[in-house]
Design a protein around this ligand. Structure first.
Ligand SMILES: Cc1cc2nc3c(=O)[nH]c(=O)nc-3n(C[C@H](O)[C@H](O)[C@H](O)COP(=O)(O)O)c2cc1C
Length: 397
């Protein structure tokens, strides 16, 4: 992300996560509550483990905001880890005064082995602390700010769970079409039901099966994966570009969502379905409506063609592997002795698809906001508003 970049630092059981977001325009109304709202959404969800009972993620702005609005300078945020005091010597920045036990039993499905070899560590904790999905709280904080910027221009980013394990939820096509007229109320009701669901799934029957499956899986000492879907509404035509490989927004979105912990595949629109169909079934016809402008009766492409947004909702799915840490640990090997040894077990979630969807929203929002900053430039929100209005007038009725 070159036009709205963010960096984060901090270990899972260190004192805090630190986030710096660069190139926000000045004059964007922003409160810590905007960010805390999304941080709380990431922490919820049936299937989370003990850590989420300890943390009450809360952001503190330490740069870039004054009197409730951005200054145009880097936005700096911190999220304290409430668990940190329990980790004293184990995570101290200074050399410990007494020996600290090393983690050497490698966990399959984690960065442990390759991270230890690459960085020449003899204590896997030096890898697992940063590889941990605790880092996704930083992404959600940065993403909440990106959402705030997009929302100022009418763009809304939503997500829901579409699969956990073997259970697939009904996901009406209407959700992925340009919302117009009476459909708006139905779409709003869907997203409200998602936020009220423990697994962030509006299909009540499927949600009940998902919860039961997670309960059973936890009792069996196992874990589950699944699929989340992110939908962004009212995205203008022409974010991204067809002109250079790394400018293509489809590729940028896949990288952003594919980088989320446990995501192993990313789908844009109905790509998996389309791969086994004829072209005549897959491509979305183009229409002009004198009142509504450019329209597409279908949105199989998920709002992206040729690396550019089409003006239809942007639809991105993340496919997550089951959580790697198992209560009955997998066979593995000890890094120090190279002798067979069961994997190290660290307190763990059973299923994170509801939370992963919130992280997916953040990464989609950050990527769209990056492309938005690229297209409309400007140092203040007022300047972007002028640029945006002028551009929309070139293609809207
Ligand atoms: C919100 C969220 C929470 C996660 N919590 C855990 C966890 O408690 N235990 C675990 O083993 N993996 C968890 N993961 C997944 C691991 O972080 C991830 O599988 C691991 O770092 C290896 O990276 P990879 O799956 O991208 O290859 C979580 C992922 C997300 C998105």
């Amino acid at each position: 992300m070159k036009y709205l970049s963010f960096l984060s630092a901090g270990e899972s059981h260190g004192p805090q996560l630190t986030i710096v977001l660069q190139n926000l325009p000045a004059g964007l109304p922003l409160s810590q509550d905007d960010v805390n709202h999304d941080l709380a959404r990431r922490q919820r969800g049936f299937g989370r483990g003990g850590r989420m009972q300890i943390e009450r993620d809360c952001v503190r702005f330490v740069g870039g905001v004054r009197h409730g609005a951005t200054l145009g300078s880097p936005l700096a945020m911190v999220i304290e880890n409430r668990d940190w005091p329990n980790w004293g010597q184990k995570m101290a920045a200074e050399p410990p005064t007494e020996p600290v036990e090393k983690v050497t039993r490698l966990r399959p499905g984690h960065a442990d082995l390759a991270g230890a070899i690459k960085y020449a560590h003899d204590d896997v904790r030096n890898v697992l602390e940063r590889a941990s999905a605790r880092e996704t709280a930083a992404r959600v904080a940065a993403g909440a700010v990106a959402r705030r910027l997009l929302a100022h221009f009418g763009i809304e980013v939503r997500s829901h769970t579409v699969r956990i394990g073997q259970t697939e939820a009904a996901s009406p096509e209407i959700l992925r079409l340009d919302p117009s007229g009476s459909e708006q109320a139905e779409i709003r009701a869907h997203w409200e039901a998602v936020e009220a669901s423990e697994v962030r799934c509006a299909d009540a029957q499927a949600a009940a099966r998902m919860i039961e499956d997670i309960r059973q899986t936890r009792a069996n000492g196992n874990t589950l994966g699944g699929v989340f879907e992110v939908v962004a509404y009212r995205v203008p035509i022409g974010l991204g570009s067809h002109t250079q490989w790394d400018e293509k927004l489809d590729g940028r979105l896949m990288q952003a969502v594919g980088s989320i912990h446990s995501v192993k595949a990313v789908e844009l629109g109905e790509a998996l379905w389309g791969a086994s169909r004829y072209g005549s079934e897959v491509h979305d016809p183009i229409e002009w409506d004198a009142a509504l402008g450019w329209r597409r009766p279908t949105n199989h492409a998920g709002g992206l063609e040729g690396g550019l947004t089409t003006g239809q909702p942007v639809v991105v799915r993340g496919f997550c592997k089951p959580i790697s840490t198992l209560i009955h640990p997998l066979p593995s090997t000890d890094l120090a002795t190279r002798q067979p040894s069961p994997a190290h077990v660290e307190r763990s979630d059973v299923c994170v698809i509801p939370a992963a969807g919130v992280v997916g929203e953040a990464m989609v929002a950050l990527t769209l906001a990056d492309a938005f900053r690229q297209k409309f430039g400007g140092d203040s929100v007022a300047e972007i508003e002028r640029n945006y209005r002028t551009y929309l007038a070139t293609y809207q009725p």
